[in-house]
Design a protein around this ligand. Sequence first.
Ligand SMILES: Cc1ncc(COP(=O)(O)O)c(C=O)c1O
Length: 344
Amino acid sequence: MKLQDLVRPNIWNLQPYSSARHEFEGEAEVYLDANENPYGAAFSRYPDPLQGELKKVISAYKNISNQKIFLGNGSDEAIDLLIRIFCTPGQDEILVLPPTYGMYKVCADIADVRVNECLLTKDYQLDVQNIRRVLTSRTKLLFICSPNNPTGNLINHEQVSEVLQFFKGILVLDEAYIDFAEEGSWLTRLDDHPNLVILQTFSKAWGLAGIRLGLAFAPKAIIDLMNKVKPPYNINLLTQQAALQAIKDHVQDKNDQVDEIIFEKTRLAAILNDRPEVLKVYESDANFLLVKFVDPIGVFKHLRADGIVVRDRTKTPLCQGCLRITIGTPHENNLVIKSLNELN
Ligand SMILES: Cc1ncc(COP(=O)(O)O)c(C=O)c1O
């Protein structure tokens, strides 16, 4: 299907806001084009709306053309933009595969876009036949999260490929947790699929949730649409600087932290597996564990009383009895174990 047939006509025809910094390229001596305060110091100027310098560094690090990169105020912004670009309110639909990340549905609900759901299988993989069955000609976006939140598992690559073969809309593959996974990213296959968008983030492995920086990788035509619709200065200067510094100076730190988190995850999983109040620790390719307890709410309250907050997922489909526990520092994980030891 042609991209134009998938995009909302008002977005396809949109004349985007053209910011002062958008229209001018290169260096000038005097900038009187954006109503800034000439006396301000380091942050008096608007940031680069298309984040050229940062994208150049990301492009080299990820080995992908900078024309195929969109940067958002968290990957949540990319999710929101994709829904607004492709789905006409009250008319088009998205398909989500619970149990999964909640923002796909929330963003669609806010945009008044219908959300269809197709549960994952009992082992949290794609129910491909059912997905095929519930897709309609109005399904513009299908969100697949791999490794999936809150279950932690990778989604089988062959199944994703299968869906890509018959789904005519845009498949959004959310790889927020991919740095913790055994298998690699789909980024290397982006060019094989004109309707694939891959989301990643600086919030997890990079340890930069506070700067709010998410990435979308997609064919240039889709990235162009995202840039057309985004707020002009969506990535502030502090964020651009912090991310630049992270990629230039802290890749090794990031990798070391990922290794440490994976090591701690294995340790915590083994300890939890041996505990009588634990029914199951699910395999995880992310930085958290989904754990099924005999009395999950009792455990939740007990941990809470000890000052430890975990995520209650007991009401999430296919996650009955489960808490989601983020892997912390060795000290923090020991506090979880100590608290559980005192459970009676
Ligand atoms: C699967 C998934 N996607 C996206 C996000 C949002 O990430 P960001 O902080 O980049 O908005 C999260 C955050 O928890 C997530 O779990």
